[in-house]
Design a protein around this ligand. Sequence first.
Ligand code: ADP
Ligand code: MG
Length: 251
Amino acid sequence: MSGTMNSVLEVSDLRKSFGGIAAVDGVSFEVREGEILGIIGPNGSGKSTLFNCVLGQLTPSSGEVRVDGMRTTGMRPCDLNRLGVSRTFQLLQVFPQLSVRDNLILAGQEHQGSMFSRLFGRADAGLGEAADQMIEFFRLSHLAAAAAGALSYGQQKLLDAAMAFMAGPRLVLLDEPAGGVNLTMLANLRERLQAYHAEYNATFVVIEHQMEFVMALCTRVLVLAEGRIIAEGAPADIRKNPIVIEAYLGH
Ligand code: ADP
Ligand code: MG
């Protein structure tokens, strides 16, 4: 039986093939409320494809996705946004010409849907205050009015993550938030995500290549290899799991 209490996301036997090649090959897992689930695995193991199937960028070949028990398989990204599921992409999605604050407001509008802003009848859809709180939380106050494109890469990744948390999402999927970020900003990003989690009991799933980042941040870790889950457990157990070591060394 599916539908465990407090299960925010349930993925059941999900498959996605590209021209006969199974990028995701029968993946099942759930994410419980307040969890930070990490997904690791070698390049090409299907991590981003999995996110794309959960969030409607791709239609799965088979299998099922549920959010708060509701079947969402094949739903469009904008509809999933309205259900409170948001994400970051592997590549930065900030608008370089817009200010940090406007990027956050725009992200909030996207998550709430345009209906919301029409109801409020305000240019910022009442999101200005939320944006300011997010700016303060992610310690971007000195950059609030700066064009996002003028920020360092690490600061843009921080902004990108903050954007995913606008409008109080139920579930956030982060695809390589630490990718290409220097060690100082990496520690900063991890610390801010942990603080956000502690403050709001947020539920999120983090795909990440940077092993130390995942080990320090996540409460549970899934390991993907060739589209399948090959291990699952607490970070400390995953780190010493011979199957995991083999999968990483084998590539
Ligand atoms: P990861 O995020 O773990 O690096 P991906 O999900 O990006 O892995 O890719 C998994 C596999 O699926 C790879 O072999 C990749 O080449 C393939 N793949 C991903 N997206 C597409 C696509 N749009 N068309 C064809 N093949 C794809
Ligand atoms: Mg990827």
